[in-house]
Design a protein around this ligand. Structure first.
Ligand code: DI6
Ligand code: FE
Length: 407
């Protein structure tokens, strides 16, 4: 006889993340056909677990959370920028290095030269590391090609990684990362290329689910950003924005005007900018890894974001220049120690709010009946321990679409 569930986890601490931790002590969770079919306190279970499912796992007090969601990464690239790290430690700034032709452009050069297979091999190692920190959904941006062939190559590699690992990948077209060196002094011509050719092709070939722009002095100005947003929306692609990372340019208000899924970084966001976010459905994505690695001192105004009840997601921003970080747990810790989030806010930032930043809140991000059964089981007694430790690896099971995957 077929049983009510495919599998059930019993006797654990269930952090549903529906609001704060959403804790159920002495709880259980069951899955059927890849979806969450039951979650609740053990005493409400309708029968003995063995009668309900063939696969019964006794958690013995361990903690279950939703599979973590990293909603902002640039994890596909060739080479690395360790030598620029040395330069910055000697006093050269990130912007200075960019002006000298290093920075993002040097990763663009390396990524253009790499074959598709080389790019895949180098990148999948990093995605695997993130997966081992409990990540089951990941956003990956292009943006190290800045020509059609390489941008498309990056997006194909992202797809191939999704087909290889137990991870759901959302792809974002970031052709507007910087002005590539061959268009320097001719930025608007590059924006023409993005608007007239690349974005329409991304939409037609379904290579990405969203379009992002780095709106900054060293990248694209407000006017150029707006042109790109307009075209993206015309082609049915939602937008997001690297906004107010190094200066306050007004990019947040612009992104909100175009119903951005998220505005990311926000170190320099103004009060008016935060008010605008609060009146929209846009998520604020905080990236403490870049803050840490750039040794930035200007904190994003967390208190004001909190006051206006803006949903705050947290992500790695994993990239070779400003955040070579491959652990979302490390980021949970930084978001509390550096940005002063509460541990519960941090956890919501990599579950519920991160799902919303990817427009996946209907199906992912909380342990709720009917949602996709992407779960992480941790060898800890309380979810605060995920935020507290630095450098340990407490993940003991990862469940993707209701099925246990090997770590
Ligand atoms: N902001 C960032 O922090 C990354 N991109 C961006 O627009 C940095 C990417 C890099 O330096 O390679
Ligand atoms: Fe970024």
């Amino acid at each position: 006889m077929t049983k009510q569930f495919d599998a059930i986890w019993i006797n654990g601490v269930i952090a549903t993340c529906e609001q704060g931790y959403g804790l159920i002590k002495q709880g259980g969770i069951a899955v059927k056909n890849g979806k969450i079919a039951w979650v609740g306190p053990m005493q409400l279970l309708s029968a003995v677990p063995e009668d309900l499912a063939d696969d019964v796992y006794d958690l013995q007090g361990r903690c279950v959370t939703p599979g973590l969601i990293d909603c902002h990464t640039h994890i596909i690239y060739a080479g690395n920028r360790a030598h620029e790290f040395e330069l910055r430690l000697q006093g050269t700034s990130y912007e200075e290095i960019a002006r000298q032709g290093g920075g993002i452009q040097s990763t663009v050069n390396a990524t253009r030269l790499a074959s598709e297979d080389e790019l895949f091999q180098q990148s999948i190692i990093r995605v695997r590391a993130l997966s081992n920190s409990g990540v089951t959904t990941l956003e990956i941006k292009s943006g190290y090609g800045l020509d059609w062939a390489t941008e498309a190559k990056m997006l194909r590699v992202a797809k191939k990684i999704e087909e290889t690992l137990p991870i759901t990948i959302q792809r974002t077209f970031l052709g507007a990362h910087i002005i590539p060196s061959e268009y320097r002094g001719n930025a608007d011509t590059y924006v023409d290329l993005l608007c007239d050719q690349m974005i329409p092709k991304v939409a037609k070939e379904k290579l990405a689910e969203a379009v992002d722009v780095f709106c900054e002095k060293i990248a694209f100005n407000l006017e150029q950003t707006e042109r790109i947003f307009k075209i993206a929306k015309q082609f049915g692609l939602p937008v997001k924005c690297h906004a107010e990372q190094l200066s306050d340019s007004g990019s947040v208000a612009l992104a909100v005007k175009y119903q951005a899924l998220s505005v990311d970084h926000l170190e320099y966001v103004s009060h008016a900018g935060i008010k605008a976010i609060s009146q929209s459905g846009t998520v604020a994505v905080l990236l403490p890894g870049a803050f840490y690695f750039l040794r930035e001192t200007k904190l994003p105004p967390i208190d004001v974001l909190r006051k206006y009840r803006v949903p705050m997601a947290v992500a790695t921003d994993s990239n070779p220049g400003t955040s070579p970080i491959l652990s979302l747990q490390m980021i949970l810790n930084m978001s509390c120690t550096l940005f002063r989030l509460t541990p519960a806010e941090a956890l919501e930032g990599v579950t519920r709010h991160a799902a919303k930043a990817l427009r996946m809140e209907e199906t992912h991000g909380t342990l709720t009946i009917g949602k996709v059964a992407d779960l992480a089981v941790w060898d800890v007694e309380h979810p605060v321990e995920l935020v507290y430790y630095v450098g340990n690896r407490p993940l003991c099971q990862l469940i993707k679409h209701g099925v246990r995957v090997s770590l």
